[in-house]
Design a protein around this ligand. Structure first.
Ligand code: NAD
Length: 296
């Protein structure tokens, strides 16, 4: 049993903190939004008046914040000056690799163990405790990080040293964005060629075009009943979040000198779709852009 300070109780962090309570941990909860703290308290967390107060009493600190600047600021201002020696620090937010490594260096300079541990899986997986974690940390620290993440996870994979978790996350999501766009483009072409979409699904899902975006998350309504395409593209993984991850991938590629022309094209297409007002729709709704039917 540990005392866990949980900072950032939004769409993802709220369910994750609740799963730590279910696992018997004491969770000291803080968010800038009072409503998020109230929800966490209803799930069994203890409220903290500030991030500094939460971390001051904790053996483990978990952050689930929007972006790199939030994580850097909370670590600089609230966590590192106030946390007790020996605490294990884990950031589960999706942020840029440079920020993850900068925070790891700040933590190491003060003698703390730190892991970047972003997640795959959306709000439903956060609530259900079935997230996939990709972890960047020292080999020696991984078993302790894995044990902390386990109540929130269906898988915890050690990606490598500091920053490797974030690298894995943005590479995976760049691949996902590209494969979804390819899947949508193929459906749009099939339609124009007079090929019935469900027949195309039946064939491609058993042929070499098969991929997760097609068979698990089909953007065309019908063939995969659980996919957001069957509920007006509501919920799921929002276009705005896919765009965030594609931007992170492009920034990282530019800094690393990597050639990622398909990633760049995916970013441009999702930026266009977001700009048309679809940021709040599931990312598979981009099918309608490909079909030239964005009113549907
Ligand atoms: P969210 O906006 O719902 O939650 C973020 C929370 O952080 C908010 O409640 C906000 O009030 C709080 N916050 C911001 N600054 C703070 C500070 N200084 N101190 C305390 N609290 C602060 O976002 P989310 O959907 O929960 O996503 C969190 C992270 O998880 C993001 O990095 C996102 O990219 C990543 N992620 C999200 C999903 C998803 O489907 N939503 C999936 C995978 C990864």
């Amino acid at each position: 049993m540990s005392r866990i300070a949980f900072i950032g109780l939004g769409n993802m962090g709220g369910g994750m903190a609740a799963n730590q309570v279910k696992a018997g941990q004491t969770v000291l909860a803080f968010d800038l939004a009072a409503a998020a703290i109230d929800k966490a308290v209803a799930a069994g967390c203890q409220p903290a008046a500030s991030a500094a107060e939460a971390v001051g009493q904790a053996e483990v600190v978990i952050t689930m914040l929007p972006a790199g600047q939030h994580v850097r600021a909370v670590y600089e201002t609230d966590i590192l000056p106030n946390v007790a020696q020996g605490a294990l620090l884990i950031d589960c937010s999706t942020i840029d690799v440079d920020s993850a490594r900068a925070v790891a260096a700040m933590a190491a300079a003060k003698g703390f163990r730190f892991a970047d541990a972003p997640v795959s899986g959306g709000i439903m997986a956060a609530d259900a405790g079935t997230l996939a974690f990709m972890v960047g940390c020292d080999d020696a620290d991984f078993p302790a990080v894995e044990a902390v993440l386990q109540p929130m996870a269906r898988a915890v994979v050690h990606a490598g040293a500091s920053g490797a978790g974030q690298a894995a996350k943005i590479c995976n999501n760049m691949l996902l964005g590209i494969s979804m766009l390819g899947t949508c483009e193929a459906f749009a072409l099939a339609e124009k060629l007079g090929l019935a979409p469900d027949r195309f699904f039946e064939i491609a899902s058993q042929s070499s075009g098969q991929c997760w975006s097609l068979t698990t998350y089909c953007p065309w309504p019908g063939p995969v009943p659980t996919a957001p395409s069957n509920r007006g593209y509501e919920g799921g993984f929002l276009t705005a979040l896919m765009l965030k991850d594609l931007k992170l991938a492009q920034e990282a590629a530019a800094k690393a000198g990597a050639t990622t022309p398909l990633g760049a094209q995916a970013e441009a297409l999702y930026a266009m779709f977001d700009g048309l007002g679809f940021g709040g729709k599931d990312f598979s709704a981009v099918l309608q852009l490909m079909r030239g039917k964005i009113d549907e």
